[in-house]
Design a protein around this ligand. Sequence first.
Ligand code: AMP
Ligand code: ZN
Ligand code: FE
Ligand code: FE
Length: 293
Amino acid sequence: MQIDLHTHSTRSDGTATPAELVAQAIEHGLDVVALTDHDTTDGWSEAAEAAGELGITLVRGMEISTTYDGRSVHLLGYLPDPTYPPLADELGRIRSGRDGRLPQMVQRLQAMGIEITEDDVRAAGAEGAVTGRPHVADALVAKGVVVDRDEAFETLLGPGAAAYVPRYATSLLDAIDLVRAAGGVSVVAHPWGRGRVLTPEVLTMLAERGLAGIEVDHQTHTAEQRALLGEIADELGLVATGSSDYHGTGKVDHDLGCNTTDPAQYARLVVAATRARQESGRPAPEVLEVAGP
Ligand code: AMP
Ligand code: ZN
Ligand code: FE
Ligand code: FE
């Protein structure tokens, strides 16, 4: 059984629509795929429809932009009730923070002599997409200013770079509480991918707070980091996941299924989500189980 629990569609900064993503997941031999767009559940219905038609199990999720100790941490939330008002409101706040900084980023780029407009950036994302730095990067690529997203982040858009503008993100602890109250479960995404904000001590505290899992197998983790994170997950009783963090053509070396989640670990995550849903009393979604073709 091939399980990939972290992917992005055009509803955030991926390049495949939710329906295309589902079709590609089947082509890549996946049996289970989670759609986890940044700070939005907008792609869920299209993905669910495609999963039902094409025959693949869909886990509805999200990747929430959070901060811990002033640093960025991504939190994967699986199967929460997307209509739970405190969660929906908070995701809206994150999205407007991201959108609201766009004029400033464009102004900074213009001040550097780069001819770019807000419309160029919006044109780089799908209609209604969560417009973020990846779309600014795509617009810069389209103009020939940089060759790819990576160069855009390194030279212009990353923290400390000339056009970097910070934005609002939820506190990590609040986000864990919100997902839980909405009947879902949380897994920290690529915790040691860029910097090591979440030390083993912090992970221990998060486990006590209600964190369900750690994304252990991720392209940004070395073999040593994966081994150590796996041990930490084990000791803390957390689920260890593996996933691609697929962004279509928006991120190289993140092909669907390049990392996968062990079926036994996945089963534990589903049990935890079922318990969270019952405890919350929310009508949270279940895993959409559809027999393959
Ligand atoms: P934003 O949400 O606008 O702050 O942009 C953050 C998103 O940009 C992340 O979630 C990644 O998907 C993407 N990203 C961050 N750093 C890089 C990078 N170095 N290269 C390509 N994409 C990146
Ligand atoms: Zn992304
Ligand atoms: Fe991430
Ligand atoms: Fe991601």
